[in-house]
Write a protein that binds this ligand. Structure first.
Ligand code: 5GP
Length: 214
């Protein structure tokens, strides 16, 4: 019998804005019921029907900076301008300790910070099929001003160079295709020898005796 390690698996989905990591993450959560999401904290205002505690914990800059001081974040960064985004440390640590898998959907600066601290995580880079497609998606989603779109697009060109620091790359050509690939990665990772704690073998002499007395 193979005894697996009791700790959960940390999965980090990351990639440039417009690559579709949010959509992939939501689909994964619907399709894999053993997976839980790390809800980030942010100082940006809620959009549309976003809810506090579900999409993000929406807080003021003062509250966020207080949490930085207290060391409550696994990572945090200023993303696309002046807003803070951060991963609360407690939920991640509790999930992993109790054997639950947890997924983080965060930007590239944050993902690399987590990698420094938790090498054993699975770091997946979500890549758009082409930069033209990324540009079109940023325009179509209609959530940012033209200036913001240009800023995100320029950032994306720089960020793509960080891909070599990740363990896996998934091209988001079609959502279900990409989701299937992420599921396959998680499954394969769970079979890794270094995620096994021990073997429990039956008693060799007893089995040999059974063989000899056939
Ligand atoms: P949005 O404002 O569109 O929800 O998110 C903007 C960016 O912030 C996205 O690239 C998203 O992945 C990233 N993000 C969300 N939560 C976190 C977090 O906790 N930490 C970091 N570093 N990035 C985050």
């Amino acid at each position: 019998m193979v005894k697996r390690k009791k700790t959960g698996t940390l999965i980090v989905l990351s990639g440039p804005s417009g690559a579709g990591k949010g959509t992939i993450c939501n689909e994964l959560l619907k399709q894999v019921d053993t997976l839980s999401l790390s809800i980030s904290m942010t100082t940006r205002s809620p959009r549309g029907n976003e809810a506090d505690g579900k999409d993000y914990y929406f807080v003021t800059k003062e509250q966020f900076e207080e949490d930085i001081k207290k060391g409550n974040f696994l990572e945090y960064a200023k993303v696309h301008g002046d807003n803070y985004y951060g991963t609360p440390k407690k939920k991640v640590e509790e999930s992993l300790a109790s054997g639950k898998d947890i997924i983080l959907e965060i930007d590239i600066q944050g993902a690399l910070e987590v990698k420094e601290k938790m090498e054993e995580g699975i770091f997946i880079f979500i890549m758009p099929p082409s930069m033209r497609e990324l540009k079109d998606r940023l325009v179509k989603r209609n959530t940012e001003s033209k200036d913001k779109i240009i800023e995100r697009f320029k950032n994306a060109y720089k960020e793509i160079n960080e891909v070599t620091k990740y363990n896996y790359i998934v091209i988001n050509d079609e959502v279900q295709n990409a989701v299937d690939k992420v599921k396959a990665i998680i499954l394969a990772e769970k079979c890794r020898v270094d995620r096994i704690e021990d073997f429990e073998l039956n008693n060799e002499e007893e089995l040999l005796h059974e063989l000899l007395t056939l």
